[in-house]
Design a protein around this ligand. Structure first.
Ligand SMILES: Nc1ncnc2c1ncn2[C@@H]1O[C@H](COP(=O)(O)OP(=O)(O)OP(=O)(O)O)[C@@H](O)[C@H]1O
Length: 257
């Protein structure tokens, strides 16, 4: 199967005056095109470092990353990044914010602008295109951030806790919307989250990282029944509860009989 991302023996050492930290050691995995992978693990196990290396924002100390068969050597429009904060520009309208990534990359054509407007429509936001970010709720602003990312037509989406600042109901709605949109478009995604339920409900596969040094501790394939459902419905399935318990135990949690 075609690989969207391939990591080979990625290692990251941060050196400060006080110490050297082995933030990642020998990380090797690949993600087939169209797959949704979640990275979970305790604070400090290197999740954000790993996304930053895949995005080309920091070079790894050793090892290599390829996205769509191209060696990552710096940021590129092949990779879209969505964060906890939406980083919309308050003085720009929603439509102009949606086109912001394209504009910065020098790729904004009339056709691409129409594409961004179409995405706004898919996200139920077209009626708000002339509004400003402050006039929208947090969930709506995150949807605009998603449109801004998708408008670039990236090969890969990196999602760094994009729902963690939202209220619970909005978070569940947005999880469904993101999964449905990415599945429909066949996009590849890597999500970093602290929320085991979110990871199970949204993913095809979960990689559990461990700290000191940051490494892959375990990989869980998500059962077909969960993958066939939207996240909200997946949470109702017996397979979901079984897997949750398994991963929870992996984290040292106590199962309740
Ligand atoms: N710029 C840096 N300089 C020095 N050490 C760093 C730097 N960035 C991260 N680290 C260290 O590398 C390790 C991994 O950090 P990272 O932020 O990638 O983990 P994380 O799993 O994303 O954590 P969290 O879940 O808290 O966001 C930690 O020990 C952290 O202190």
């Amino acid at each position: 199967m075609e690989k969207a991302v391939r990591l080979e023996n990625v290692t990251q050492v941060y050196v400060t005056e006080e110490r050297a930290t082995l933030a990642l050691q020998g990380i090797t995995f690949d993600v087939p095109k169209g797959e949704f992978v979640s990275l979970i693990g305790p604070s400090g196990c290197g999740k954000t470092t790993l996304l930053s290396i895949i995005a080309g924002l920091i070079p790894s100390t050793s090892g290599q990353v390829t996205v769509a068969d191209h060696l990552v050597q710096g940021p590129s429009s092949k990779v879209g990044y969505m964060l906890q904060q939406d980083y919309l520009f308050p003085w720009r309208t929603i439509a102009d914010n949606a086109c912001m990534g394209l504009e910065i990359a020098g790729e904004l054509t009339e056709e691409k602008r129409q594409g961004a407007l179409h995405l706004l429509e898919e996200m139920g936001l077209l009626a708000f295109r002339d509004y400003y970010p402050a006039q929208l709720s947090g969930g709506m602003r995150q949807r605009v951030a998603l449109v801004r990312t998708l408008a670039m037509e990236p090969e890969l989406l990196l999602l760094d806790e994009p729902f963690s600042a939202l209220d619970y109901q909005t978070k569940l709605q947005l999880e469904d919307l993101v999964v449905e949109t990415l599945r429909a478009k066949g996009k590849t995604a890597i999500l970093v989250t602290h929320d085991i339920s979110e990871a199970i409900a949204m993913s095809d596969r979960i990689l559990v990282l461990a700290p000191n040094p940051g490494r892959i501790r375990q990989s869980f394939e998500i059962p077909e029944a969960i993958r066939a459902a939207v996240p909200f419905e997946a949470r109702e399935l017996p397979e979901f509860h079984l897997l949750f318990r398994q991963i929870w135990q992996e984290f040292g949690g106590t199962p309740h009989e």
